[in-house]
Design a protein around this ligand. Sequence first.
Ligand code: NAD
Length: 382
Amino acid sequence: MRVAVLRETLPGEARVALVPESIKKLTAAKNEVWVESAAGEAAGVNDSDYEAAGAKVTSDRTQLLPAADVLVCVQRPAPSYMAAMRPGSVVLGFLRPLDEPGALEPAVGLKLTTFAVELIPRITRAQAMDALSSMATVVGYKAVLLAASHLPRMFPMLMTAAGTVAPAKVLVLGAGVAGLQAIATAKRLGAVVEAYDVRAAAGEQVKSLGATFLEVDLGGIATEDAGGYARELSPEALKRGRDLIAKQARNADVIVTTAAVPGKRAPLMMEDEAVLAMKRGSVIVDLAASTGGNVSLSRPDEVVVTSNGVSIFAPLNLAATVPYHASQLFSRNMTSFLQLLNKDGQLTIDMRDDVVGPSCVTHQGQVVNARVAALLGEPVTR
Ligand code: NAD
């Protein structure tokens, strides 16, 4: 099976889909890997590192794309790249199938099989392929560093000859993968951390990290779906959460928000008044900007400074600012997935496989994912 890796083209995207350590594994497992020259540069990987690992490096994209059985990418490839691929070949990466389903329609006509890593089911067997968790880990970590470097205060409590410095107070909203990593990072830096989530299970995890879990009486409603994800809450339940957050926010130095509900707009956790009542110099990092934002005053990919001196960051691609490790984790995830597609050195797509089937968006000229088909108004074909 011939696997191709291109240099990412989205502005600011510094990650690369496969790193040399994975190429060694893939070539040992009857794959051939072709890498576009300079693909790893922004992530700290040289062409010579790829060659030493057994990849063929080429600067001729027109040669690479038609030859590939599988194109592995971080971001969805440009339509012209997809058009250069052979019918029956595979595209694997963050394809944004639920946010921008229309962008995958060309893959139908081109008869490409597309696998979206966002759709990889979170079952035990697929844990090693869970790129959403890998990237959330990186993002949660970096969000705290971003806040710390802009805060006019230090994080740890210090006892100095000039007296005591009080620790920073950090509030984390949403304690999933990114939120838990934000809590752990803030704790390591010495902050006092509080967190809020609607899932009861998150409470135990927050406490196990040494942070305080904020409890809200949501009136006994179900807050989790069968898959363990948060449900979209009623307006009343959301308001109860916001009221508590507004109260706690007055004392916080940093707020990191990560609340998300798969396939829906991110819940609004902080309205204008809550932000405008915060202390001057406080920092908010809204990690839900790509799905509408948790903070009413945040603006995607901008830094908003409010009239009361609160800085609100809403980065859209924070994982790309830690490209070495983000690429390494993503590459390991993709290598595990690629193993499912290679049978005796040949590309083999088994749609009955409980990871392969659910991750697939388009196959043999059809949209095969029910949610994407519904968004596109097309009949489901599987
Ligand atoms: P996510 O990115 O979808 O959401 C982030 C967090 O926001 C979640 O913890 C969610 O409960 C919270 N949230 C949603 N609405 C909220 C609201 N109104 N107020 C407060 N918080 C709100 O979630 P995620 O980080 O991808 O993971 C969520 C769940 O999936 C967790 O239970 C996690 O342990 C589980 N998970 C399982 C696996 C696996 O089994 N392989 C892998 C990763 C995550």
